[in-house]
Write a protein that binds this ligand. Structure first.
Ligand code: NAD
Length: 255
């Protein structure tokens, strides 16, 4: 966010929970949510990473360490939210991992780990939050352009994100009586620790340049460009938007 950018307070008074909130897209979104007026709980894996994120954000934030694929950790997260604030208005189910493996060398443990975190973890992140949800709240799920495109060595990851996109459709219907909106956000390549580890070395740079050369905006996105779109979906500005997949991808999957 630039110094001169004026910050709206469109999330004033809202209680938000962000998984994967200690790094990358989740951290940028937590920063923006707090600046826009929400009290925000961040949930992430490493205690030191969570502590650092809480310190950097500074106020109106609480960190909880845990693993989304461990249901007892999710219970601990929501016990904390219930005890501290008593309700949730906005849930950004964002934690996820990406591991590369082409068909032929996918292992059972890689498959299980990806689906445990990206699919099972996300499902129970949402399901276990429901008792704390206010009618009229907003749930945002992090999918990916990979749900709609074919890149080499990403079939397992892409399948997990296609499942996430499907969840947004079905849960929109399951939750319609409670007027809870559910939307998916699909980022293109965003400069975060996840992608930084992929573009290291000469071959990584070549891969990055090849990808960017095919994209209308010709560059990677920054995490706050996703955070701004998530904040829109979290806020009442998107009160007539539900069930969608919002691509924030520099045009990558649109042409
Ligand atoms: P990141 O690695 O910077 O952040 C991932 C976050 O998820 C971290 O806070 C980490 O602690 C948390 N996390 C991972 N596994 C977890 C688990 N089992 N339990 C709890 N927390 C866990 O990556 P990012 O780029 O910010 O990715 C965030 C989301 O965006 C992911 O779902 C990713 O698939 C998706 N995405 C990223 C990009 C991109 O280009 N960066 C593109 C499309 C989609």
């Amino acid at each position: 966010m630039t110094q001169t950018e004026s910050i709206s307070k469109r999330l004033d008074g809202k209680i938000a929970v962000i998984t994967g909130g200690s790094s990358g897209i989740g951290l940028a979104t937590a920063q923006r949510f707090v600046q826009e007026g929400a009290y925000t709980f961040i949930f992430g894996r490493g205690q030191s990473e969570v502590d650092k994120a809480v310190k950097d954000i500074g106020k109106n934030v609480m960190g909880v360490r845990g693993d989304v694929s461990n249901l007892a950790d999710l219970d601990r997260l929501y016990d904390m939210v219930k005890q501290q604030k008593g309700r949730i208005d906005v849930l950004f189910a964002n934690a996820g991992i990406l591991e590369f493996a082409p068909l032929g060398s996918i292992t059972e443990s890689q498959f299980d780990k990806s689906f445990d975190i990206n699919v099972k973890g996300l499902l129970f992140t949402v399901q276990k939050a429901l008792p704390l949800f206010q009618d009229g709240g907003s749930i945002i799920l992090t999918a990916s352009v990979n749900a709609s495109t074919g890149f080499e060595a990403t079939s397992v990851y892409s399948a997990t994100k296609a499942a996430v996109r499907s969840f947004a459709r079905c849960w929109t219907v399951d939750l319609k009586q409670r007027k809870i909106r559910v939307n998916a956000i699909s980022p293109g390549p965003i400069d975060t620790p996840m992608t930084r580890s992929m573009v290291q070395g000469e071959s990584g740079q070549q891969l990055k340049n090849k990808l960017l050369s095919t994209m209308p905006l010709g560059r990677m996105g920054n995490p706050d460009e996703i955070a701004k779109a998530v904040s829109f979906l979290a806020s009442d500005d998107s009160s007539y938007v539900t069930g969608i997949e919002l691509f924030v991808d520099g045009g990558q999957a649109q042409i």
